[in-house]
Design a binder for this molecule. Sequence first.
Ligand code: ATP
Ligand code: FE2
Length: 316
Amino acid sequence: MMIIGVECTAHTFGVGIATSEGKVLANARDSYTSLTGGMILNEVAEHHVRVAEEVLKKAFSEAKLSWDKVDFVAYSAGPGMDPALWAGYKIAKRWAFDNGKKLIGVNHCAAHLSIGVVWNMLNDPCYLYVSGVNTQIIVKEKGKYIVIGETQNIGLGNLLDKFGRVLGLGFPAGHKIEELAKKGRYIVLPYSVKGMDVSFSGILTKVEQLYSQGKVSKEDLCFSLQETCFAMCTEVVERALAHTGKKELLLVGGVGANKRFCQMLEIMCRERGAVFYKVPMELAGDQGAMIAWEGFLRGDESGDIQVKPHWRVDEV
Ligand code: ATP
Ligand code: FE2
């Protein structure tokens, strides 16, 4: 079985093709970027409409396939930005209709988790999902996802992107902050862990203040921001592993591309006899292959569900 997955929740428009064995045959994408920083909602939706056919063509050529071999079309129904979701939904619906395929709406967050599980051939890990909007520690119980810890305000990727905007790094900024951090030294920043939750908004205010006062270098701020926020997440995840007794940690989401973050989590896991897993770079951020695979898993229970901008993973 071959499934096409359409990703459209935020800045990336992606078309992936996966098989029912979880093999990724294609993962084409085109991401909206902006030099001034931030995402302008309508520009993102316009971007998706503009690039859709080209990205689909690329996916088919990567996979050496055409519509006749495709069984159904999965799309990201949410959570995400309203205009981007509608743009993606309409494109996926048109492709499904024109080619006589079933349409299946899936949860974008669940897709991040599922692709990590199939890639690593895991059974029942503890998940750390860290992207732009989301920072969540998740486990599965009786087939349902449960969020056992999360950010109380902004996601870690958003924190990095917002600070990147202040530094004039453009959008997205996570990888540029990672580069600057390599030359930085540590200064103390507010460390904000509240039970199983974390809070990033106070740290953002603090680094913005320090930067505007001109007393601390960009590099030192980036390094210290990373060290502090990654340590907060690592602490909470360690507690999650201790509470649940799980022996596998799976890191997913765009911030998972950060090498220092992976290193911290890996050390923590090793020290407590657990195993750390991540996904390769091309499956870490937003892309269509994960939507295709999640579509396969949900094929029987889902269908055309329009868009759900606020659909949490624990509501799946
Ligand atoms: P979601 O809808 O799942 O919340 P998203 O749309 O924000 O996801 P992702 O692609 O999962 O998209 O994650 C994007 C985030 O990852 C951005 O905030 C970006 O700055 C961050 N990021 C990318 N590379 C790195 C890196 N090397 N270090 C830190 N952060 C990174
Ligand atoms: Fe995402």
